[in-house]
Design a protein around this ligand. Structure first.
Ligand code: AMP
Length: 174
């Protein structure tokens, strides 16, 4: 199963980037092109047929987000941290445990009414994916679902996302 394949190679790195965080390192997946292909197959199979675009969240959401969009023949929309996108942007700010963060999307990235699937490598609290969903709505799009490679079950991040879409794929809950 793809879940077991993913979990067998993902590396847990303690106290990165700060003490108390157990970081899930997906780089061993990237070193295995055959596994990466199977992972992409699983992500692609979970994308509803009426999706118009894939949005990937900086930066690890780009790793499989763009190949996923290419596989499905769909546009890819990068969602980036504040100040990284060069053209006219729309921004959404959200609260973190300490302080706040802002993410942005190009203002012309998406046609009004288009259905967008939001992709990232990992779902933790869900704050980042929720902010991405708000950004999609702000530019006139619809949230068609979410997909993640990993999901930290103890944090129950899915809860806040179901108001946007019930189509939430987590290949390897852990
Ligand atoms: P959250 O907004 O809490 O759901 O956090 C999700 C974002 O933070 C994703 O972009 C992840 O890449 C990153 N992230 C959060 N926790 C971890 C973790 N334990 N290991 C790796 N990445 C993480």
């Amino acid at each position: 199963m793809i879940k077991d394949e993913i979990l067998s190679v993902v590396r847990n790195v303690a106290d990165f980037p700060k003490p108390g965080i157990l970081f899930k390192d997906i780089t061993p997946i990237l070193q295995d092109p055959a596994l990466s292909e199977r992972l992409l197959d699983a992500l692609a199979a979970a994308v509803p047929a009426d999706v118009n675009a894939i949005a990937g969240i900086e930066s690890r959401g780009f790793l499989f987000g763009l190949p996923l969009a290419m596989r499905l023949g769909l546009p890819f929309i990068p969602i980036r941290k504040s100040g990284k996108l060069p053209y006219e942007t729309v921004a959404y700010s959200y609260e973190l445990e300490y302080g706040h963060a802002t993410i942005e999307m190009h203002a012309d990235a998406l046609e009004r009414g288009h259905k967008v699937l939001i992709h990232d490598d990992l779902l933790a609290t869900g704050g980042t994916a929720k902010a991405a969903a708000e950004l999609v709505i702000k530019v006139g799009g619809q949230v068609a679902g979410f997909s993640f490679i990993l999901g930290l079950e103890s944090l129950n991040g899915m809860h806040d996302l179901t108001v946007y879409s019930r189509n939430i794929t987590i290949l390897a809950p852990c």
